[in-house]
Design a protein around this ligand. Structure first.
Ligand SMILES: Nc1nc2c(ncn2[C@@H]2O[C@H](COP(=O)(O)OP(=O)(O)O)[C@@H](O)[C@H]2O)c(=O)[nH]1
Ligand SMILES: [Mg+2]
Length: 314
């Protein structure tokens, strides 16, 4: 993604309001005045993190880090927020990954995978828009050949972005389309190829097989294809995102995670256990439906906005 535009932290913060409001309110309830950090208060904090879907392991680790710094000391709400943001940020900094198609080989081939409704098509559209703005020659490929509406939806995004679009009638072979697309892109000097896929249920074997087939056939054009397989996860499903990460990670292989809909949920904390569980980093986050609502994942900024803090002074 391009350098975040001015105001991106505000969009992140606004996006995360439900999560940060929940946590913010609880912090305010637990720490009413400046008072010593006791075990009882730590337990309440841990419980609060679990409720925000950070999961028992992440919650315990974060609480420990936090206790190491503050236990027994007089603390007020503001310090708690800062310390909590630091602890969450420390958990996540090693889980940041950059999505930089323009720094990679040409054409840079990116596959978007994930269950139905997770935000694949929307994310692809946002990425296409951003890349075209950077001057890239982008090919958008409608690999979700199951539903006519999915093809149409992607076409609209491609047209708006000013990207080239490649699709086939409903029911066509997605792998065949992907093969033709990467070959075309190679011949015609495209910079980036973005391949959408069907929103499949991860427990349907036939659907996993189709994804593997897409990967297999694009590798026939170049064994390095796809350069990226981005798993798109919807934060509003909470802990279910962990199960999805597990299945797609193990069965398909993933190079990066996109977590969407962080604007629509009190469960934004689920990003933490997902980041911890996955072998691949979090690369992008979605905080809205608009074209500018996709951001590079920044662990510190995410942690700050999650606990309801302002942008740090740089
Ligand atoms: N609020 C919000 N909605 C999103 C975000 N990303 C995607 N959506 C919406 O989620 C719905 C499903 O997205 P879509 O891209 O069609 O999912 P797909 O089935 O995985 O391709 C659409 O209504 C999108 O506008 C996001 O970051 N925030
Ligand atoms: Mg779709």
């Amino acid at each position: 993604m391009a350098e975040p535009k001015r105001g991106w932290f505000q969009r992140l913060t606004e996006g995360l309001t439900k999560s940060s409001k929940q946590m913010g309110d609880q912090i305010a309830q637990v720490f009413v005045a400046k008072e010593p950090l006791t075990q009882a208060k730590l337990d309440e904090l841990e419980e609060m993190l679990i409720e925000a879907d950070l999961g028992p392991h992440s919650a315990a680790r974060i609480t420990e880090r936090f206790a190491a710094e503050k236990f027994g000391k007089d603390v007020d709400e503001a310090e708690i927020r800062e310390a909590l943001a630091k602890a969450v940020g420390d958990e996540l900094t090693t889980r940041e990954g950059a999505f930089e198609p323009m720094s990679g080989p040409r054409p840079y081939v990116v596959l978007f995978i994930g269950v139905n409704g997770s935000g694949k098509t929307t994310t692809l559209g946002k990425v296409a828009t951003d890349l075209v703005r950077q001057g890239a020659k982008v090919l958008v490929v409608a690999g979700d050949t199951f539903r006519a509406a999915a093809v149409e939806q992607l076409k609209v995004w491609a047209e708006r972005a000013g990207a080239e679009f490649m699709g086939r009638p409903t029911g066509s072979d997605a792998a065949g389309l992907a093969f033709d697309a990467v070959q075309t892109a190679k011949e015609k000097g495209y910079d980036v190829v973005l391949i959408d896929t069907a929103g499949r249920l991860q427990n349907k074997h036939g659907l996993m097989d189709e994804l593997l087939k897409i990967i297999r056939v694009v590798k026939k054009v170049d064994p390095d294809y796809p350069h990226e397989t981005l798993l798109v996860l919807d934060a509003t499903v909470g802990r279910n995102a962990l199960a999805q990460e597990n299945i797609f990670g193990n069965q398909i292989g993933v190079s990066g995670i996109v977590m969407t809909k962080l604007d629509g949920t009190a469960r934004g904390g689920v990003l933490v256990p997902v980041a911890q569980a996955s072998d691949s980093p979090i690369k992008l986050i979605g905080v809205g439906e608009g074209v500018d609502d996709l951001q590079p994942f920044n662990a510190r900024a995410f942690a700050r906005s999650l606990v309801g803090l302002e942008e740090p002074v740089r």
